[in-house]
Design a protein around this ligand. Sequence first.
Ligand code: NAP
Ligand code: SF4
Length: 685
Amino acid sequence: MLAGMSASDARSDTPYPHLLAPLDLGFCSLPNRVLMGSMHTGLEDHARDFGKLAEYFATRARGGVGLMATGGFSPNIAGWLKPFSSRLSSRWQVAPHRRITDSVHAAGGRICLQILHAGRYAMHPLSVAPSAIKSPINPFTPRALSDHGVERSIRAFVRCAKLAQDAGYDGVEIMGSEGYLINQFLAERSNQRTDRWGGSAGNRMRFPVEIVRRTREAVGRDFIIIYRLSMLDLVDRAQAWDEIVALAKQVEAAGATLINTGIGWHEARIPTIVTSVPRAAFTWVTRRMKESLGIPLVTTNRINTPDVAEQVLARGDADMVSMARPFLADPDWVAKARNGRAALINPCIACNQACLDHVFENKRASCLMNPRACFETELVDAPVARKKRFAVVGAGPAGLACATTLAQRGHFVSLYEQSNEIGGQFNLAKRIPGKEEYAEPMRYWDNLLVELGVEVHLGTRADVASLQTQHFDAVIVATGVMPRDPHIPGQDHPMVLGYHDAIMGNKTIGKRVAIIGAGGIGFDVAEFLTQDPPSPTTDITRWTREWGVDTTLANRGGLDTPKVEASPRAVWLLQRTAGRPGKRLNKTTGWVHRAALKAKGVQMLGGVTYEKIDDDGLHVTIDGKPQILPVDNVVICTGQESNRGLANELEALGITVHAIGGADVATELDAKRAIDQATRLGSHL
Ligand code: NAP
Ligand code: SF4
């Protein structure tokens, strides 16, 4: 039985009895076991955006989530993530927060404010930390806090919590993980103090325990305090497991209501949330902690479907699950699970492309799968004066997003797809080891098309004549892309194949392979060719072994020596541009792809001139030196060009045409832009 759950709470009318069980916190009861975890959106940084933030949270509260946490707010200026970013430290800052808390409460939800002091992760020169030790991911060296400074920092946390209470929040989450200030106090790598705040493990944990104890004193009993506890630091010279358990017990005794799980410092070289991390890969850590604690524990990281969440709770790994990104993808996640409509949940594929990548680029977060996320008050459907008839040609992400948006508004939509399945390039992505999650959007769209009554014509190549005779109000051309021809002498040699054939397994591929083109698809092909099936993503034990996670928890930081399985092939990944390939991959995920391929021994080379391909292999010139790569196969991944022949033909006949996605612009083609463009078009046609 889960903590806070009585026998009468167990529901038999749902496949998710644990997930949907209420959680009694003593002074209040949460309606289910789902916490929408803290996620910085960029809207926290200016009070002028709080109206948008309020609607973002209210939308999710209406969707039934049990409890939410805001993005991080710093308790003082030193703790800013970047200059002038979100902060709650003065009374005058309280009133604007009322817009958020009032909206959430009116929608029937509950919300906690996350207090986050960046410590040495602060991107500004005023940063402070336990010791003046620079983080490897930040150019600024922090100033070491004096004893007085530590005391003032504790008081800042407490003041922030009290202000949050005054602003109407139901609680606070104290951010003690991910390598931020509190976590920095707990690890020797960042805390080399010799006073009462450092030295022994007991001294190092004094800072968080005092914060929780004094916060509880200040806010009284009936206020939620979540403490986010770093259960696996995943960096060296970090906490030992017995120290982490001792801290958790002290945090419980100091008055925390819930303990949430934190996994990995931001400077860790082990991925923790990207799509190649297996689902629920870290809930075993929370389970280990449960043996020692009485208060409810929340687990997290790569939980994105009700089935996974239910399994995690049913096997007793935790009392509650936290998910952040899945609520960007679908604000109605809980309501759909509750109402037997889980198949219609818009999935988070853990790509980070529109959420975390945006945050790191100082842009507002959104979601690749749901461009309305964080744009709830802006990307709204136009009223429909007359129901129209639309043809959408191409059922890749762009075509699907446009067809479903139009149909949701009540228009009649015919969707044409020349292949026998929907999904376009996502059908290639889902075959890449570590990208299995890309199958989920097709599950979603398949069900949504049926739900909305879109007329789907698979295996049908829409031609100009038939489109013309049906007199649609407009034709949306989402015919995607075709591979770019690199014009390399000898490219018609039998050893050469395109990325489509390589990924679909249409040809047998030898033991030595050169990949021409090191964009996103070149990297995907390299991952495909260097893994033996099944993918490690489907096997948590294999994945933790490959990345060096110590599941015995015997080693400090939870680190072990990675034991990478040898690649079945020797692979060269090549580009013409000088420098190492992969620099243009996405910010928060590119390093994982580069590290994975490096571990597999892939030779990643830049500054390559392709001379010719013949029976001897691929002839190249690198740094002015001609050489032959003696390969069995060459895979061409040299980008794409728009497939817009149909659009041109229709336009010439005077038919109203909208080209979207790759058919519009192939350069830098990506699903994020395609879905965004398609949704915006569909929302106003
Ligand atoms: P891309 O990112 O544009 O990469 C094309 C590659 O081909 C580059 O390495 C380019 O490098 C090379 N190239 C271009 N023209 C060439 C020519 N004429 N001859 C020889 N080499 C040439 O395209 P992509 O890899 O097909 O990816 C398409 C889009 O899909 C990406 O923009 C990305 O958004 C998305 N995607 C992303 C990922 C991911 O992030 N993991 C995975 C799959 C797809 P040089 O010009 O230096 O040779
Ligand atoms: Fe999930 Fe990608 Fe959307 Fe972020 S952008 S919420 S990772 S689907």
